[in-house]
Design a protein around this ligand. Structure first.
Ligand code: CO
Length: 207
């Protein structure tokens, strides 16, 4: 209980701090949200969307799951994308992975992890698509990190292929899909340069 009490105390102090800087912050924010960005990231506690890009509440619409996957049958993720694109009219969808991702690591070993193995199956598919390239690397950490990057690119493609994004582009809606990766070791974000802004534009990602 002591730990949870601490969390409520921290929350009060944070709210006070925010109000000191901007007395109307919560009142204004309660009236509407108007984020320009949808962030699809990993659930990893070390990769908190708002914090690593230093943005206050109200600016990023967030969806997080293990290994930042966009699965075509995942109603949860699709609903987030649909609401973000159709209702909030975000201008950017960012798929952000991170190096050293435990989900990616788990997908590469041959151990059993329980129910989550069904989710990791999708990463194993990405591994299979790029197996020759990945297996050519000797260093285990570098192997995992390359799959972390390739997984981001694959998920960017999945976002672009959703009927939601395809329809938005056909209707002339301004919308860019980006692939980024975060380094937990130094707190730095890297753009993987896979920015897609229309249904026709293709990209090459060559490491
Ligand atoms: Co992760």
């Amino acid at each position: 209980m002591r730990v949870l009490k601490k969390i409520f105390k921290q929350n009060r102090m944070w709210a006070e701090r925010v109000k000191t800087t901007d007395p109307n912050f919560f009142r204004d924010l309660s009236r509407q949200q108007n984020p320009e960005y949808l962030w699809i990231g990993c659930s990893d506690s070390r990769v908190p969307a708002n914090q690593i890009v230093d943005m206050p509440p109200g600016q990023i619409f967030v969806h997080r799951n293990i290994a930042n996957l966009v699965v075509h049958t995942d109603l949860n993720c699709l609903s987030v994308i649909q609401f973000a694109v159709d209702v909030l009219k975000v201008k950017h969808i960012i798929v952000c992975g991170h190096y050293g991702c435990g989900g990616i690591q788990a997908a590469m070993d041959n151990r059993e992890h329980g129910l989550i193995d069904n989710w990791l199956r999708h990463i194993k598919d990405v591994y299979r698509f790029h197996q020759t390239k990945i297996d050519a690397i000797q260093n285990e950490i570098e192997k995992i990190n390359l799959l972390c990057e390739l997984n981001v690119v694959e998920q960017v493609t999945n976002v672009c292929q959703t009927t939601i994004v395809q329809r938005a582009w056909k209707a002339g809606q301004e919308l860019a899909v980006h692939g980024w990766i975060y380094n937990i070791e130094d707190g730095i974000l890297k753009d993987l340069n896979v920015r897609i802004t229309s249904p026709t534009k293709t990209f090459n990602f060559d490491k």
